[in-house]
Design a protein around this ligand. Structure first.
Ligand SMILES: *Cc1c(COP(=O)(O)O)cnc(C)c1O
Length: 365
């Protein structure tokens, strides 16, 4: 590489490790010459989008020569009625990853720090490092957030605490009362980004904190996504609920047309199909129980999950196990990069997909 260009790269960016996505099905099928591979690696909905979404997309697609609505009026209107909040508290993102980035860019400068847990979503440390801020990683407790230690780590330079609830990659969940007690103790000059990407799954089982909490806690930002339970990962749409004061700033760092017109319409129509969402949650619940039973009867230790995936001790190096599952047409996710070298994370799929996963895993022994 040309030495001069190399020297031009911002040093925070130079040392970044790229985010490693789940292996795409097409890659696997091409590499191994197989068909009907099962991808259980990225916590996508196995059901796919609602039929109502597909129908709406057919209509919108003929209008793609126009820029999307930069304010996302219709989607925000639908979200404001879903959450019973004013439209001014909403910010739309190109996936909720976009929201994570807006929050970091709004609040973090070099020399500031952000706190996250040992087993946290990989995007948090990446964005903190890219901005030249310091990431403070707090040791996990029983695979979950150690909220007291996170509070103890706050210092004068702390600007953000990242918490995913349920957490990825562990699936652990902080109950509503405990979360509220934590929020009460966080100084108001520290932002809490509560990432509820898996909210729908958790709320199915236990009451999660709701978006109305942002009225009580002006330093709280809640992010949600359409990528998981709503089955729209490929379209990239997420949002946040915060005070309107914060939302105003998030919207200033947002690019004018960050959410495309197909995504806007798909999300709007996904919200109208509660039946489809319920179906997705029901399958997840039933199949989770089935996978738990399989793990128990085969002597695998798993972490109880409140999301649509399960991380389990695969009794060996998870990258090796991940690789051995590939020729059998199963894509899971090694948690080696999350510093859980013996844990494999499997997304809960459709009954037939989970059957292939269980059969393939059993055949490795
Ligand atoms: C999947 C996931 C997201 C969602 O990302 P999108 O950009 O909305 O697709 C956010 N946070 C966590 C913890 C996730 O696992």
């Amino acid at each position: 590489m040309n030495l001069e260009i190399k020297d031009l790269i911002n040093s925070n960016i130079k040392s970044l490790t790229p985010y490693e996505p789940g292996k795409p099905i097409e890659d696997l099928e091409r590499e191994y010459g197989i068909k009907n591979a099962v991808k259980l690696a990225s916590n996508e909905s196995p059901l796919g989008p609602s039929p109502k979404v597909l129908k709406a997309l057919e209509e919108v697609i003929s209008g793609v020569h126009r820029y999307p609505d930069g304010n996302g009026f219709r989607l925000k209107k639908a979200l404001s009625s879903k959450h019973s909040v004013d439209m001014s508290v909403l910010t739309l993102g190109n996936g909720s990853n976009d929201i994570i980035e807006f929050v970091a860019r709004c609040f973090l400068s070099p020399k500031d720090n952000a706190i996250y847990s040992q087993y946290a979503f990989a995007v948090y440390p990446l964005i903190v490092q890219a901005l030249g801020a310091e990431g403070i990683e707090i040791e996990a407790k029983d695979w979950s957030h150690d909220l007291q230690s996170m509070l103890d780590a706050i210092n004068k330079d702390t600007k953000i605490i990242f918490i995913a609830n349920p957490n990825n990659p562990t699936g652990t969940f902080i109950k509503k009362n405990e979360m509220i007690r934590f929020l009460e103790k966080v100084p108001t000059q520290v932002i809490v980004l509560l990432d509820q990407a898996y909210f729908d799954y958790s709320n199915y089982e236990l009451e999660d904190v709701s978006s109305s909490l942002v009225e009580e806690f002006p330093n709280l930002i809640i992010s949600r996504t359409f990528s998981k339970a709503y089955g729209l990962a490929g379209l990239r749409v997420g949002y946040s609920v915060s005070s309107s004061y914060i939302a105003d700033f998030l919207n200033r760092v947002r690019q004018p047309f960050n959410v495309n017109s197909l995504a806007l319409a798909a999300a709007e129509f996904a919200l109208k199909d509660n039946e489809h969402l319920e179906k997705c949650l029901r399958i997840n619940k039933d199949e989770k129980e089935r996978l738990y039973k399989f793990f128990i009867s085969n002597g695998y230790e798993y972490i109880e999950s409140f999301a649509n995936f399960i991380s389990f001790d695969c009794k060996g190096n998870s990258h090796t196990v991940f690789k051995s599952l590939l020729p059998k047409g199963v894509i899971a996710r090694s948690m080696e990069m999350y510093k859980m070298p013996n844990h494999l994370r499997v997304t809960i799929g459709l009954p037939e997909e989970n059957a292939i996963f269980m059969e393939s895993l059993s055949s490795l022994d």
